[in-house]
Design a binder for this molecule. Structure first.
Ligand SMILES: [Zn+2]
Length: 555
């Protein structure tokens, strides 16, 4: 059984933070290179495949392939030895370049474990998902160590141990005065949140970020040990992850562990079941995200209250306020350009200021200006400083607002999941692919945009996570017709007004909330033993090869 243990962390000093940030930057560079190699290799392969139609203009190629037997020519071309030889050359070249990139990243100082993590992630993306060619543009936020099978490490050896990859200080560590005053996020807040016990639970953690000769170079963090590591578990990976929320920096340490399987738990109500229909619907008091009905006759809905939902709107409002302030500042600076008192360096710096959209430009300008103050600049300079201060405040407000919102939503789902798993053994959910739903029609698309942050799929995740603790099992059923089949007589009706919440059966006259009908139908399917899968074990979407695509077309 695999488990991840996550701990709040703070770099022990500015130096440690910089060490790790350098690693993250190098990791990002390395990933960009790998993605670039893959993109090039794919472009070459496409060009190679299209070789026989090179002389045909692009707009006529479809016609050529369909009508002039082009498809057959292409097919014959892919069978030739020449094609195969070139293809092999491209692949080999890609591998060679990957090797070089690996070595260069190592020379640049990227630690071995992080290098493996990045390479693994890119390889995984390459094989199992539709290739995201812009993967390299996203910042890399993880650095870590891998513990191989041959040099296994259990948690008990790691805590207070002498391992050369990762060490957790055994002594409880109290937060001493910080030499350089580096505080990524107010530690007092963390300590208070855990009831003042935090200070006593802080421990020192060292993670390897490189080598000096054969000696490890460490980055040190203070981690909040809110729960102990299971002593006998094997550590597979350990990594540090970094995130910014507004101007705040958040660090976490994650241990990926291999634990012995826990013995199964017997559920107190083994014959009980619950049907959960997931889908969103606007209600008076907020957004309904799911409706449930149990075998004991109880039913109810889960609603994301409007106060939570409003947070998203608030963030959008804050963004527009920030934009307004920025435009104002930009106009002020533009006016300054023609002024006689402006020294040449500032005139040069302000050349494109009417186009500045990112706050970074203003920050940079302020830094430069602070070192080159001149006569008569007080008013405008102070205005710039005030603008930046205000913007930082609004940005943090905006970013934390969204974080809080997703946390509140997750909380609602987690509470619901525990309530459900405690009371019911069989949990039947509709196996909807929300991404498909989003593509379904325009109306759903618009709705999906507004609910995306409400993430109804999170509910299934929460259920799956809570279920083993109570001995419950989550099953997924095909959602076809679940709102259309009458829960009373089983008649499959046409929903003439599907947006109407209450639907009346034209055969037996039974009327009820259509989401309740769906939930009841899920229980029925569960009782009848309809084929189900364990929910959430969706097979990873493999990239369809040409052969499977052809098979699908033939079928
Ligand atoms: Zn009926």
């Amino acid at each position: 059984m695999k488990r991840c243990y996550k701990y709040f962390a703070m770099p022990a000093s500015l130096h440690d933070a910089q060490l790790m940030k350098t690693q993250l930057k190098l990791a990002g560079d390395y990933r960009r290179q790998l993605v670039d190699i893959e993109n090039r290799s794919r472009a070459l392969q496409r060009a190679l495949w299209a070789e026989p139609m090179r002389h045909i203009p692009i707009e006529k190629r479809a016609e050529w392939r369909e009508k002039e037997g082009g498809n057959a020519i292409l097919k014959a071309w892919t069978k030739t030895d020449e094609y195969k030889e070139w293809r092999k050359k491209i692949t080999d070249c890609g591998y060679a370049m990957v090797k070089v990139a690996y070595a260069t990243a190592g020379d640049a100082g990227l630690a071995w474990g992080t290098r493996l993590m990045v390479a693994d992630a890119v390889e995984h993306a390459r094989r199992t998902t539709a290739w995201a060619s812009d993967l390299g543009n996203q910042p890399c936020n993880r650095m870590g160590v891998q513990i191989q099978q041959t040099a296994a490490l259990t948690c008990i050896e790691c805590v207070g141990g002498e391992d050369t990859r990762i060490r957790v200080g055994k002594e409880l560590y109290s937060l001493g005065p910080r030499v350089d005053g580096y505080r990524p996020r107010s530690p007092e807040r963390v300590l208070n949140r855990s009831g003042g016990l935090g200070a006593r639970k802080l421990q020192e953690l060292k993670i390897r970020v490189g080598s000096e000769g054969r000696q490890p170079v460490w980055a040190t963090l203070h981690i909040l040990m809110h729960r102990p590591l299971p002593p006998t578990a094997q550590i597979k990976w350990a990594w540090v992850q970094f995130r910014r929320t507004g101007t705040y920096e958040k660090w976490e340490v994650v241990f990926s562990l291999e634990l012995a399987d826990e013995p199964g738990v017997n559920h107190p109500n083994p014959d009980s079941a619950i049907g959960i229909d997931i889908g969103w619907r606007r209600r008076d008091n907020g957004m309904r995200v799911l409706y449930w009905a149990g075998t004991d006759g109880e039913h109810g809905e889960v609603v994301i209250p409007e106060v939570v939902e409003r947070r998203k709107k608030k963030s959008a409002d804050l963004q527009s306020i920030r934009d307004k302030h920025r435009n104002f500042m930009s106009a002020e600076l533009s006016k300054l350009r023609g002024d006689a008192i402006v020294p040449p360096w500032l005139a040069e710096a302000l050349r494109y200021c009417h186009q500045w959209l990112k706050v970074m430009h203003y920050v940079r300008l302020e830094r430069q200006w602070a070192e080159n103050r001149f006569e008569g600049d007080a008013e405008i300079y102070e205005r710039l400083v005030a603008y930046l201060k205000q913007d930082r405040h609004l940005w943090n407000w905006q970013a934390c607002n969204l974080t809080k919102m997703s946390r509140q939503i997750r909380g609602i789902f987690t509470d619901f999941a525990h309530m459900v798993c405690r009371r019911y053994q069989g949990i039947a959910v509709a196996d909807i692919d929300l991404t498909e739903l989003k593509e379904a029609d325009d109306e759903a698309k618009i709705a999906s945009r507004s609910i995306q942050r409400l993430a109804p799929g999170e509910a299934i995740r929460a259920l799956r996570q809570a279920a083993p603790r109570y001995g419950a099992t989550v099953y997924a059923y095909d959602p076809a017709y679940i709102t259309r089949d009458c829960s009373h007589c089983g008649y499959r009706r046409e929903l003439e007004q599907p947006h109407e919440l209450r639907q009346i059966c034209e055969k037996c006259g039974h009327g009820e909330d259509q989401d309740l009908t769906a939930a009841k139908n899920l229980i029925r399917m569960h009782a009848e033993g309809v084929d189900a899968r364990t929910a959430g074990v969706r097979e990873t979407k493999k990239m369809p090869t040409r052969r499977t695509r052809k098979k699908a077309a033939a079928a």
